[in-house]
Design a protein around this ligand. Sequence first.
Ligand code: BES
Ligand code: MN
Ligand code: ZN
Length: 497
Amino acid sequence: MNFKFTHGELYDIDVDTLVVFTPAYTKLNNKRLVELDQVSNGSLKLLLSSKEFTGNAKQTAVLYKPESVTASRVLLIGLGEKRKINHDSFRKAAGIASRHAAVTTGKSLGFYFDSFSSPEYFQAAAEGFLLGGFKMLDYKTTSEAKKKSAVSSCTFVVTGKKDLKKLEKAVRRGQIIAEGQLLARRLSYTPANDLTPTILARQAEKLAKEHKIKCTILGKPEIIKERMGALLSVAQGSAEPPRFIILEYKGGSARRAPIVLVGKGVTFDSGGISIKPSLNMHEMKQDMTGAAVMLSTIVTAARLKLPLNIVTLIPSTENMPSSKAVKPGDIIKTRKGLTVEIINTDAEGRLILADALDYATKFKPEAVIDIATLTGAALYILGYAGAPIVCNNRKLANGLRKAADLSAERVWELPMWDDFREAMKSPIADLWNSGGRAAATLTAAAFLENFIGNHPWAHIDIAYLDAEPKGSEYTPKGPTGFGTRLLVEMLSNWRSN
Ligand code: BES
Ligand code: MN
Ligand code: ZN
């Protein structure tokens, strides 16, 4: 997509479709709308009195070839009640615009920003536009399905010349962040036959090279050398060998401790011997979404040149049943040395994360954040509306909360109590890998806590948030890449002690 930037008056922008973001109103009392009514020969007033369009969120209306307007059509998109308008109103409106424009013949699209707009709105609109246009086309072969939207250029317009620099900077930032999230979405929906741990590692290597990030891949022999017994126990049932991916971005001073990001990279989770029911099992190709998000986050941080040192760690494996697979009752030894009794082989995510979190401590990190499609029970906590988090550090929790507000990827902190820690103690080994049905999201977090020592740590459970079930304004039905915007925002505002 070709982005352009310009300034000018609403009636004089040379594009096929000009999008005008419209707050809800009761009468024609907005300067821009009065102007638009005049140049469109009163058709706006007629539209308003028809009450067919009131500027409520999600509403759209088209003024086709208004007489004294250069654009062929003006697409009005509702922002909702004025006092409730925020960056996400623009993300949503621009997401609607991208899909609306895609079904017209217009080749050029313009976004017109009124004087009440600010850089965060410009950025959000760019994000919404790109994210809303996401399609899963890699496996489509028919020209019908592959048919591209006619839109090939997108112009961002402000009224005054003085805002032009700010506009371009904010839109470019939004573009980089959205492209990161699209990368995560794409990896996420790639089927497991095309995204094994080996292929995921290769993809990481390729991206690292492109963005000047250091990349180290541990294969099975190196993983054995590291004594990552938990990761190996999950991998032993599969013909596909595991990988441990290490990416290091150095944007800060050499002495500065890194922030370590850990993402669950189970490229297919069948459940193993504790096999899952077949209904919807295909969705478990997305059990590497945490890995995709941490990969896209470090790439995006590099593209934004954030002044930080960041490490991404991805333990990657399949979870398969076979005669070699780990069995319920088996006891394995983690990299840290703690023993774990396997109760349920479907609780594999915490096992591979345990070795990765322990490895993270090697970096003497300023903080560690992990993200994982970890427990189905997360659905019963916040539904599809946000991700439960567990955190051992106030500053980190506050930072995530603030980033959640700014990115509209919501998180909510849950408590870590001794009850959950107790539930993870095995009578025969140090720990077991399942604490049963009660508070499963929190007992899983309690398990992970054993491996992070005293380092500031946040755990984000994105089970079910990795996929959008219905489709919303800028998240079409399918993979979400949830967490990319959240983490990039968090890192962008990072303040060290
Ligand atoms: N990958 C799943 C969690 C999951 C379930 C993600 C549904 C997205 C949608 C995870 O490995 C798993 O199977 N967890 C078990 C843990 C249980 C056995 C303690 C679960 O949540 O049922
Ligand atoms: Mn599982
Ligand atoms: Zn899993």
